[in-house]
Design a protein around this ligand. Structure first.
Ligand code: DAK
Length: 263
């Protein structure tokens, strides 16, 4: 891993090889609880990464024992109805969900509340074997507020989403994998390594094709099938005009590795 910068207090930024930005959640004293400042730092880093051509994928991870324990409950305690309405958190979440490059989560330990919601904003989650996912807001007399009711049900289906949100019970990595919340389960000490390797694999593809593939896949949550298929066809056609697509086909025919430049 290359140089690590402490951009403030709540996250650390580093580079893995040439094209992977690594965001480390770094509030161990509060189990990486995502206070407003944490989300501001994450979105600032993503904003910079969006326009930095050298960043082709981003990996977010926490510590070996906790990914993120949710919103900061001490900060939440200060919210009233009006300040909750004008809170900047929904804007931060919008920035995360609009990020157009691949986002990978390496989740070890607890991913709870907003931590689980952050994991659900990832395009691919790699979970350590002892990871635990949950939406325990009901224990605080409230409900998920960063998309948990909507994204969880799409990710794991009604039965499990209802159980998790209404009971506050956590699920383990194996259940999360079987339900479709995570892509792979690894041993705890190889979670980050696997996410970084996968990020490098993705970073070696055409950034244009990756961008349009991610966009098309996510559109399926928003659109009816016919409109989604239409959008897919347009993106497929658009890519035929790219140097990367010509390079990919030429490299296959010439039996060599392609070099994708994002053009
Ligand atoms: N917030 C603040 N501090 C937290 C925290 C949290 N979510 N989780 C842990 N901490 C702090 C503890 O208060 C404790 O601090 P000190 O007492 O040492 O000062 C320290 O971290 C260590 O905590 P524990 O002693 O409990 O540590 P353990 O390792 O034993 O347990 C745990 C780890 C993660 C299982 C446990 O800490 C825990 O259950 N934490 C709470 C999990 C939780 O309920 N999460 C849901 C939070 S509600 C919104 C959108 C979304 C949201 C809010 C607003 N808007 C759009 C406005 C989201 C809400 C949530 O996520």
């Amino acid at each position: 891993m290359n140089t690590t910068t402490n951009i403030d207090d709540d996250i650390l930024l580093s580079r893995y090889q040439e094209h992977v930005l690594v965001i480390t959640l770094n509030r161990p004293e509060a189990r990486n609880a995502l206070r407003n400042q944490s989300l501001r730092e994450i979105t600032t880093a993503l904003h910079a990464a969006a326009s930095d051509d050298t960043v082709r994928a981003v990996v977010i991870h926490g510590s070996q024992t906790v990914f993120a324990a949710g919103a900061d409950i001490k900060e939440m305690a200060q919210l009233n109805a009006i300040s909750a309405l004008t809170d900047s958190r929904p804007e931060f979440w919008k920035i995360i969900s609009a990020f157009h490059k691949p986002l990978l989560g390496a989740v070890n330990g607890y991913a709870l509340g907003a931590g689980c919601e952050l994991a659900m904003h990832m395009d691919i989650v790699i979970a350590g074997e002892n990871a635990k996912f949950g939406q325990p807001e009901i224990n605080l007399g409230t409900i998920p507020g960063a998309g948990g009711t909507q994204r969880l049900i799409k990710a794991v289906g009604k039965a499990l989403a209802m159980k998790m949100v209404l009971s506050g019970e956590m699920i383990n990595a194996q259940t999360a994998m079987a339900a479709g919340l995570v892509a792979e389960v690894t041993s705890d000490d190889t979670t980050l390594e696997r996410a970084l390797t996968l990020a490098c694999t993705i970073a070696a593809k055409s950034p244009l094709a990756i961008r349009l593939a991610k966009e098309a896949l996510l559109l399926s949550f928003e659109m009816p099938l016919s409109a989604g298929l239409n959008a897919e066809r347009k993106s497929f056609s658009l890519l035929a005009a790219s140097d990367d697509r010509n390079e990919g086909i030429a490299a296959f025919l010439e039996k060599r590795k392609p070099l994708f430049l994002g053009k």
